[in-house]
Design a protein around this ligand. Structure first.
Ligand code: GAL
Ligand code: CA
Length: 339
């Protein structure tokens, strides 16, 4: 009797230590994950809950830590996950130019790595490890879709050209400098106008590493009291979070201007319903979360083909990426995106 209790206790101890170490033979896959900042509306509001829900539905354990916008903090968090022998890493870079350090750590430990949402900008870095993949979008696509919406609406609303000069006088809330999404959106949305033969004039452009509502509000409020305030004809926002702030500032100043963004958060759909936002672009965080975990789980199980048995395909252009498509969200179709 006594002996069997001791044996049971030993077995239980063994099981918990396997569990803690995240061993595959323990039956459970443990995913060490982070979000670059829990203060980010899209990452915290869309991706994090779906990562948690989907991992649970797959019987995997995920731990998601907050990197608080500090790459150094993320580097330390990755070290801790590696010491604890997680089965796989799912990492949202803080600095898109710092992937090589994380990849080197994962490679040295022999742990597979899925990078998601923020695509590495260092050339050729994905080729440095056979067990690293990227899950995100085609950044340019969001700017192209947003641009096409704006061009169509601009043409349909001649009164938007307030000074009648045929030129779009715009202000832009950019988001994080160096972030592939921010950079591509900034270029492509404006290029849609010039490609359509419509001239543009940038009155102001403001970057914000946090993509935040507070910043969007403060910047828009400042622009609305600037020397060029009355010349603004269009507000381009590279994400919903900043647009929410800009909408707030516009309302406070009792100014109505066309305004567009990207992400299609629930609050954005409400602003479209209320006629306060002219359009956004669905950044499909739900499917990006699912793809991240489908790849992570396959990689943790040691499958040679990480998209085996999934709906995803990996690009063959050297970026080793799964790219989830963007979709236009307008006053005509926004209802379809309501949950
Ligand atoms: C973008 C998203 C932004 C912000 C950023 C963080 O894809 O549109 O709202 O969340 O990622 O990396
Ligand atoms: Ca004009």
């Amino acid at each position: 009797m006594k002996r069997s209790i001791v044996l049971l206790a030993l077995l239980a101890l063994l099981a918990t230590s396997l569990f803690a170490a995240g061993q595959k033979d323990g039956g459970e896959i443990v995913i060490g994950a982070n979000i670059y900042s829990f203060a980010d509306n899209f990452m915290n509001g869309v991706m994090k809950p779906e990562l948690e829900r989907y991992a649970a539905s797959k019987g995997a354990r995920i731990e998601i830590v907050d990197s608080e916008g500090q790459q150094a903090k993320l580097n330390d968090q990755v070290d801790v996950f590696i010491t604890r022998k997680v089965s796989v890493l799912a990492i949202n870079l803080v600095d898109p130019a710092s992937a090589s350090a994380i990849i080197a750590k994962a490679k040295a430990a022999g742990i597979p790595l899925i990078l998601f949402n923020k695509e590495p900008t260092e050339r050729g870095v994905m080729a440095s490890y056979d067990k690293v993949w990227y899950v995100g979008t085609n950044s340019a696509e969001s700017g192209i879709i947003q641009g096409q919406m704006m061009v169509a609406d601009w043409r349909a609303n001649p009164s938007w050209d307030k000074n009648g000069d045929g030129v779009v006088q715009y202000v832009m809330l950019k988001g994080e400098p160096g972030h592939p999404d921010a950079e591509a959106r900034t270029l492509e949305s404006v290029k849609a106008f010039t490609d359509a033969g419509i001239k543009v004039e940038q009155l102001a452009l403001e970057a914000d590493p946090n993509w935040s509502t507070q910043h969007g509000n403060d910047k828009m409020a400042a622009w609305l009291t600037s020397a060029f305030a009355s010349r603004i004809e269009l507000v381009i926002c590279n994400n919903d979070g900043m647009a929410f702030g800009a909408i707030n500032a516009l309302k406070a100043a009792k100014v109505k201007l066309p305004i567009y963004s990207v992400d299609a958060l629930d609050q954005a759909l409400t602003h479209i319903a209320d006629g306060e936002l002219n359009g956004t672009v669905l950044n499909d965080g739900v499917n990006q979360s699912r793809a991240t975990l489908d790849l992570a789980i396959n990689a943790a199980m040691g499958k040679a083909n990480v998209v085996e048995g999934t709906q995803w395909t990996i690009t063959t252009d050297g970026t080793k990426a799964v790219r989830v498509p963007y979709l236009p969200v307008t006053p005509k179709n926004y209802q379809e995106f309501r949950k």
